[in-house]
Design a protein around this ligand. Structure first.
Ligand code: ADP
Length: 872
């Protein structure tokens, strides 16, 4: 058998002792120290398994043997054992290449599997789990590389930042320290901290490997790997980390983009904005879908379709601006109105912006549309409000001004346009004028004080005169306020001048007129005062003070009521209560008990002052002393009374004579009987009783006359008017009857009361009865008359009427109006005084009643009407 010349031939004996070596590979072997060694001494320990037993056992099967080669390397061989000339021949060939190849493809296969596993895990998980999955895969990778710690850094806002980590490599080295180093490291190779001087400084104690992942020329992620496995082998590490980082980075980028676009969308919606684009190679404009929906147009529309939505007033401007953008590339910025679907309702305002982007077929117009209707509406409202305000200021007699503050001084900066109509000055240019030069010379100190107060207290209100263009002065009311900045430092003064010339002049006139009235009031002979509803004086003039015996200054606080009787005061307050805003005036004669005087009678006119609810606040009063007049009148009444008494003297003589006669007769008869000795006790008793009755009758008459002749009480009393009728009759009845006059007296059932003086009313009735008697007697002289006088009383809730009628033929109608005049009489001189009816009229009037007369069927009928005193 031919011996091959390739490979390695080893001749062995039955005990596997090497007899001879041959073949080209022989030189590569590391020969054992002793010669004639066994085959086992030539091979690596791992091959010993194959060589168990004796050569006899090894034949007929392929043998893979790893020989120890020179330099400590291994020679991978495969061969067979066969018998050859009583020896064993081991023929092996070098299969190192083959093995290496297989090894490599195995590694490649494992790496493929690993990378696809990593890529799938990172790519397929949900975005929410991405970080957790990335960490899990990283841990797996660490185990694979037998690294103690791994860390992935991604490019963030502040440079390289750790995304996920397992174990800690950098020992507290912050991302911010690492980041600038990583920035300077190029992609495409794995860095070892041992080989890199900067990294070495940081990682001296624990070496680490830095594996980049790049897309294009830019590194997108770094893997830091530390521990026993480091440094990593370049290509494998790059590829495995690439498989991990590529989906991670792209997913994070996609997620970030998605979020960005979401934010943009929401921003567009919130701003009511949207993008638009026109690729010039297509006929259609493209709109942001949200915007298109809001406008109610398709997202793709032709230029003319879009222009048809632009308000006609803005259409040409929009067309021109788009043309300029398209042809000249001039940026577009336009405010326009867009009509909505039905083209009717209020158009909305949009801001349209645009730019040219790209070149060639990519050239396009791109921009933004922003709904500014709200701010436009506010702008229009503000403009309208400002116009209104300006108009108002311009047409009002007010000037608004601003003074700028600088180093303790104020400089005029602005005057509203109303300066011209108010003062005739043109609005001055900024800072050229000090309004102080318009101030009246006499008011300049006021002006300076105003500025000082303003700076000190922050606000001021003052009044001074300003000169206008014609040289005339205007009174202005100046209200100014100092505005300060955030630090409290003065910035400017805002003020307003109000032309108050008219008001000031009016106030001056008012003051003058008040002064005149004050003098009038002070010097008036009448009493003038003001007092509260509780009768307390607020003010009184000199005459009033004189009456009350004090000075005018002492008057306020004095109560008028203290000078009045209880009845007077009640009546006075009642009268005030009857004042109303509609009828605020009332006049009455009041009676006061003044210091050092008997009685004072004042004619007193009150005028009530009311608030808006009609409540009486104060009373102004004018009074005149009527005491003298009153006294005279009283004297008149008294003298009239006396006259009446005088007139009645005849009647009275009869009144007294009558009982005297009766008494004389009784006495004469009684004496006769006594003389004759016939005086019986009974008889004498009867006569004496009659005399007593007549004495009483006479004394009643005398007593009544005494009462009647007295002066009236000052205060009015309550009494039943019929009592006065009875009083008058007690004086006159007998006399009248004696003259043949028939007295027809009709006494009433119920007696209502009136207020006044009973004796005075009695006097009136006496006058009426005496007049009636005179008329009757005068008439009877001529013929057969049966004279009568009728007295009756009519009454209702409000008034009492006393009627005195006779059949004396009445009064000549021509004289009817005059009979109440004083001194009017138709009686002969020395008989009539002409005062009876005049005084009677005054008395009834003073009682608040009325005396009237008319001609009845047979004679005059006098009527005394009196108000019934109401108890309520
Ligand atoms: P005198 O009685 O003193 O004249 P009077 O004032 O009492 O004054 O009366 C004025 C006048 O009115 C009388 O003069 C008389 O002419 C007239 N007169 C008054 N009462 C009557 C009467 N009852 N009938 C007719 N005339 C009367």
């Amino acid at each position: 058998m031919a011996v091959p010349v390739s490979g390695l031939q080893v001749w062995l004996d039955d005990n596997a002792r090497v007899l001879r070596l041959a073949g080209p590979l022989r030189s590569a072997l590391a020969l054992p120290a002793q010669a004639q060694g066994r085959l086992q001494d030539y091979v690596q320990p791992c091959s010993l398994l194959v060589l168990e037993g004796e050569p006899m056992d090894w034949q007929g099967q392929p043998l893979d043997l790893d020989f120890k080669a020179a330099g400590g390397t291994t020679l991978h061989t495969r061969g067979w054992l066969q018998q050859h000339a009583g020896q064993w021949l081991l023929q092996v060939f070098d299969v190192g290449d083959l093995l290496q190849h297989r090894q490599q493809s195995l590694i490649a296969e494992r790496q493929r599997h690993l990378t696809s596993h990593l890529a799938c895990a990172v790519r397929d998980c949900s975005i929410e789990c991405l970080e957790a999955v990335a960490k899990e895969q990283l841990q797996w990778l660490a185990r694979h590389w037998q690294a103690s710690a791994v860390q992935v850094l991604l490019q963030g806002a502040e440079g390289w930042q750790t995304y996920v980590a397992s174990g800690e490599i950098v020992h507290g080295i912050a991302d911010s320290v690492l980041s600038p180093l990583l920035d300077h490291m190029a992609p495409g190779q794995v860095y070892s901290s041992a080989a890199h001087p900067d990294l070495h400084l940081l990682f001296a104690a624990r070496p680490a490997s830095f594996v980049p992942y790049a897309s294009g020329l830019q590194v997108k992620a770094w893997l830091l790997c530390g521990g026993p496995g480091a440094p990593l082998v370049g290509a494998e590490a790059l590829s495995i980390f690439g498989a991990y980082a590529e989906p991670l980075v792209s997913r994070l980028v996609a997620f970030e983009l998605e979020q960005q676009s979401e934010r943009l969308d929401s921003l567009q919606v919130q701003l009511r904005a949207g993008w638009w684009q026109w690729r010039l190679i297509t006929p259609n404009l493209q709109l942001d879908p949200g915007l298109a929906q809001r406008l109610g147009v398709p997202a793709q529309l032709t230029l003319s379709q879009w222009l048809s939505r632009v308000h006609p007033a803005d259409r040409e401007a929009a067309q021109l601006a788009l043309g300029q953008l398209q042809c000249e590339g001039r940026d577009l910025e336009l405010t326009l109105r867009l009509l909505d679907n039905n083209l009717q309702a209020n158009p909305r305002w949009y801001r349209l912006c645009g730019q040219v982007r790209g070149n060639g077929p990519q050239r396009r117009l791109q921009g933004l549309m922003l709904d500014i209707s709200d701010s436009k509406a506010q702008q229009l409202q503000a403009a309208a409000a400002q116009a209104r305000l300006e108009n108002l200021i311009a047409s009002s007699p007010a000037v608004i001004y601003i003074q700028r503050y600088s180093e303790g001084a104020l400089y005029a900066e602005f005057f509203s346009a109303s300066l011209q109509p108010m003062l005739g000055w043109e609005t001055p240019q900024e800072g050229v004028l000090q309004p102080g030069q318009w101030v009246h010379p006499q008011d300049q100190s006021l002006w300076l004080e105003r500025t000082r107060t303003l700076l000190r207290e922050g606000q001021v209100r003052s009044r001074y005169r300003l000169r206008d263009r014609q040289g005339d002065y205007h009174w202005v009311l100046d209200e100014a306020r100092l505005l300060r900045d955030d630090l409290g430092l003065p910035v400017e003064v805002v003020g307003i001048w109000l032309d108050v010339s008219e008001a000031t002049e009016a106030a001056e006139k008012m003051r003058e007129s008040e002064e005149r009235y004050r003098v009038l009031v002070e010097d008036s002979p009448a009493m003038i005062c003001r007092y509260t509803p509780s009768l307390e004086l607020v003010f009184g003039n000199q005459p009033l003070a004189d009456y009350l015996e004090c000075s005018p200054a002492q008057l306020p606080g004095i109560n008028l009521g203290q000078w009045m009787s209880q009845t007077q005061r009640v009546a006075f307050v009642e009268r005030l209560a009857s004042l109303t805003p509609e009828q605020p005036v009332s006049t009455a004669e009041i009676c006061l008990q003044l210091p050092g005087r008997e009685h004072a009678w004042w004619v007193w006119s009150d005028r009530g002052l009311f608030d808006e609810h009609g409540k009486l606040l104060e009373i102004q009063a004018v009074g005149r002393d009527n005491t003298q007049v009153r006294r005279t009148r009283q004297q008149l009444v008294q003298s009239a009374k006396m006259a009446t008494l005088g007139e009645m003297a005849t009647g009275l003589a009869h009144e007294i004579n009558q009982p005297l006669n009766v008494m004389r007769m009784a006495v004469v008869n009684a004496l006769k009987r006594l003389e004759n000795g016939e005086a019986q006790v009974d008889y004498l008793q009867e006569k004496l009783t009659r005399i007593d009755a007549q004495v009483q009758r006479a004394s009643r008459v005398v007593e009544h006359m005494r009462v009647f002749g007295r002066r009236s009480e000052v205060d009015q009393q309550l009494f039943a008017p019929w009592q006065a009728v009875e009083g008058a009759l007690s004086l006159l009845a007998d006399g009248l009857r004696g003259k043949g006059v028939d007295l027809r007296v009709d006494a009433p059932q119920e007696l209502l009361q009136v207020s006044g003086h009973q004796d005075q009313l009695e006097q009136v009735l006496i006058n009426l009865l005496v007049n009636a008697r005179d008329a009757l007697l005068a008439r009877r002289e001529g013929g057969l008359l049966e004279p009568w006088i009728a007295l009756r009383l009519e009454q209702d809730e409000r008034q009492v009427r006393l009627l005195v009628e006779d059949n004396g033929g009445g009064i000549d109608p021509r004289l009817l109006e005059r009979i109440f005049e004083p001194f009017f009489t138709t009686k002969p001189v020395g008989v009539g005084t002409g005062l009876g009816l005049s005084v009677s009229y005054g008395i009834v009037d003073a009682m608040g009643g009325c005396l009237s007369v008319e001609n009845a069927a047979e004679g005059a009928r006098f009527c005394i009407e009196l108000p019934v005193h109401s108890t309520s």
